[in-house]
Design a binder for this molecule. Structure first.
Ligand code: ADP
Ligand code: ZN
Ligand code: ZN
Length: 674
């Protein structure tokens, strides 16, 4: 075969190894080979630089992954890259390693993982903006004097110069944030950078301000609410050598911090760290990998360790630091279980609960009523024959909403007017059943006419800025009774809040989702953590029809750790995570049979003996927004077995004809929906 010399070889005789292997944003899994542009010097070709290439009929920006000597393609057919865009890598070797690891672990196309992590302007090839850092002249707040438990945690973090994972297990209000601040201070003194990852809902101006008051270096936030310009600016700032602190939601994990010295991940149990569409990664698990690749410490903080992390603590893979008490003067809240059976309820509220609300209001406290169900009522029913209003496009009941009065589907957001007659029997005797936050608000306003009641859920906070305005009203003490969904369960610190009630704890006790009980336990502890954060002692009330439930009892009498130990035993006996590993192959189509047929074919391709395949079966909510969904569950006690099989499976699926008739995806370590 005649050697095709491309012109640049004439300029650089060392360039026989001039094949550029480039990650390109595309749904394809592999990298693509190109020849270097003319006059490229080998020294310029470092992995992590951006390269502009033509791809199909488009011009795209890709990332150089490696410079190779051989291509599996005919060299003569390789295209030449158009332009080298960077003189130095924009992504460090450890970050590239992380992204490659994640692409493989989650079975997602590498180009999509890498390019998808970049702000649009970087993806389009814009040069990084190099701004010199302006250190603000301001008074810096002093550190608090750490208590012994805090100091032990701070020392453990700051004395780790290599990779180590520290689970900071501190009850709400125990001073975890103070530990973060003091540990970060040490990192900043060394001129390095710190990354603080928080759940989607936790990134409030108050939390950012608390960091700003402590440091003279920039504190930058990075989340989905930024404009493209802002994203680009923060990304560029992270890339500089200067010390800074980034506080961000899960995507901040992939920022190109060059001098990263510490990762903090707060509320590690929070579900929002798992991306639920597209590249379905766990930012928590990837953060631990990043810390490992960068060889730095990582802190996972929470009052309610996830079962996975709890298990890692038990196996001594994570260091465990407990902050057992509330910092400052606050004492732990008292927990009260209210048995709802045979009680005379007012819109789901028991007399004991109503009395307690009155007591706290009289003592000038604030009250939070927690109900994880928005709308007025979850069911619209015919009293004559039992017919219930369902969504036309989902396998779900419609929720009644007031103002405007409509039936609304919480799965596809479709709305429709209230039918005046039953569809089955034409009766006009229609009624609502059950309570949502709207009804709770109406009832509470009627029962406590002199109090300002504030409802905080997805419906009342749709308008931009509304949530912050409402939080201000809470902080100022104007609003005295708060009604909220899980939006209010975590992260916030309301100083006058003395009472918290879970209006309905039953949903989590008898769910088909094996994680529901773990989540209920976390929710109870988190919601309780809102009460009595300062001088006034807090009280927590939990309403249930099943006060004798053994796990609920264990949680309330022996605490969260005992509860988690019992859950671990149950999971081990049932071979559920973290004792085995799962991956879910999901498929959907507008035709009911196609997803099942596709999954049946996929199942046929899986042959390994060392893992189980369950299904295919219809997904729990089979029809959603007009699409039929099904899944196949893969389970193994060995992660590597699952990994290898998944990789082979994806390759096969990409060649199947049936693959094009459905939308399919792989969810490794799925967190919900099965
Ligand atoms: P967490 O992050 O665990 O919820 P915070 O760090 O927000 O806890 O601390 C809760 C409250 O206790 C805050 O008002 C904080 O200022 C106060 N606090 C924390 N650590 C100390 C300390 N060592 N001494 C006095 N007050 C403290
Ligand atoms: Zn009817
Ligand atoms: Zn629907």
């Amino acid at each position: 075969m005649p050697l095709q010399l491309s012109p640049h070889l004439l300029y650089d005789p060392g360039m026989t190894s001039s094949i550029l292997r480039i990650a390109i944003p595309s749904p394809l899994y592999q990298c693509f080979d190109y020849l270097a542009p003319d006059q490229t010097k080998l020294a310029e070709l470092q992995p992590g630089i951006r390269v502009k290439v033509s791809f199909g009929r488009r011009e795209v920006v890709g990332i150089l992954m490696e410079v190779a000597t051989e291509s599996t393609f005919d060299r003569a057919k390789l295209k030449q890259a158009i332009e080298i865009l960077d003189s130095a890598p924009i992504l460090s070797p450890s970050l590239l390693k992380l992204m490659s690891w994640a692409a493989r672990y989650y079975q997602h196309p590498l180009g999509d993982v890498i390019l998808g992590s970049l702000p649009k302007l970087i993806r389009e090839g814009r040069a990084l903006s190099v701004a010199t850092q302006v250190l603000l002249e301001k008074t810096i707040e002093e550190n608090l004097i750490a208590n012994p438990a805090q100091q032990a945690a701070i020392d453990a973090i700051t004395q780790s110069h290599n990779f180590t994972c520290i689970a900071l297990d501190g009850v709400t209000g125990s001073g975890k944030t103070e530990v973060y601040l003091q540990a970060i201070a040490e990192i900043i003194k060394e001129g390095r950078q710190a990354l603080v990852l928080v759940p989607e809902i936790g990134l409030t101006p108050q939390s950012v301000a608390r960091f700003e008051r402590r440091f003279s270096v920039p504190v930058l936030s990075y989340h989905s609410g930024l404009t493209e310009k802002q994203r680009f600016t923060v990304w560029s700032a992270a890339y500089q050598d200067e010390s800074c602190i980034i506080i961000g939601t899960r995507s901040a994990l992939f920022l190109p911090l060059k001098k990263l010295g510490l990762i903090i991940l707060d509320e590690e149990h929070d579900l929002s760290f798992k991306q639920q569409t597209g590249f379905r990664y766990s930012a928590r698990d990837c953060a631990v990998m990043r810390a490992q690749f960068e060889n730095i410490p990582i802190v996972l903080g929470t009052a309610t360790l996830s079962l996975e992390s709890f298990y890692n603590v038990q196996r001594k893979r994570y260091q465990h630091h407990v902050l057992p008490e509330r910092a400052g003067t606050a004492s732990p809240p008292s927990l009260n279980l209210i048995n709802l059976c045979q009680q005379n309820l007012t819109a789901g509220l028991s007399p004991i609960l109503l009395k307690a609300i009155q007591k706290h209001l009289d003592q000038k406290g604030q009250v939070l009523l927690f109900l994880n169900r928005r709308g007025f009522a979850p069911v619209w029913l015919c009293h004559h024959c039992g017919w219930m209003a369902h969504c036309d496009r989902c396998d779900a009941k419609l929720t009644l909403h007031q103002n405007p009065q409509r039936l609304r589907c919480h799965h596809c957001d479709a709305t429709r007017p209230l039918p005046k007659k039953c569809k089955e029997c034409q009766s006009t005797e229609l009624m609502h059943v059950g309570q949502g936050t709207e009804q709770l608000e109406e009832t509470i306003t009627r029962l406590f006419p002199n109090e300002k009641v504030l409802r905080i859920d997805r419906d009342t906070t749709r308008t931009k800025g509304r949530l912050h305005a409402m939080l201000d009203e809470i902080h100022s003490g104007d609003a005295r009774i708060l009604i909220g969904t899980q939006m209010l369960a975590k992260g916030h610190h309301f100083k006058d809040l003395t009472m918290v009630a879970m209006v309905d704890a039953d949903g989590g006790l008898f769910s088909t989702d094996f994680r529901a009980i773990e989540r209920l336990g976390q929710l109870i502890v988190q919601v309780s953590g809102r009460a009595g954060r300062e001088e006034q002692p807090g009280e927590v009330y939990i309403q249930t029809h099943h006060p004798e439930h053994p796990l609920l009892q264990l949680l309330l009498t022996s605490g969260y750790h005992a509860f988690m130990r019992a859950l671990l035993i149950e999971r081990e006996q049932a071979a559920l995570p973290p004792f085995s590993h799962y991956a879910l192959l999901r498929a959907e189509a507008s035709d009911r049979d196609k997803p099942l047929a596709f999954l049946e074919k996929a199942k046929h391709d899986l042959k390994a003996k060392s893992f189980h395949v369950l299904g295919p079966i219809p997904a729990p909510l089979e029809r959603k927004a007009g699409h039929f969904r099904a899944h196949l569950l893969l389970q193994s006690t060995h992660r590597s077995v699952l990994q290898n099989e998944l990789e082979k499976l994806v390759q096969k699926l990409n060649t199947h004809k049936t693959s094009r008739q459905v939308r399919w995806s792989i969810d490794v370590d799925p967190q919900e929906g099965f």
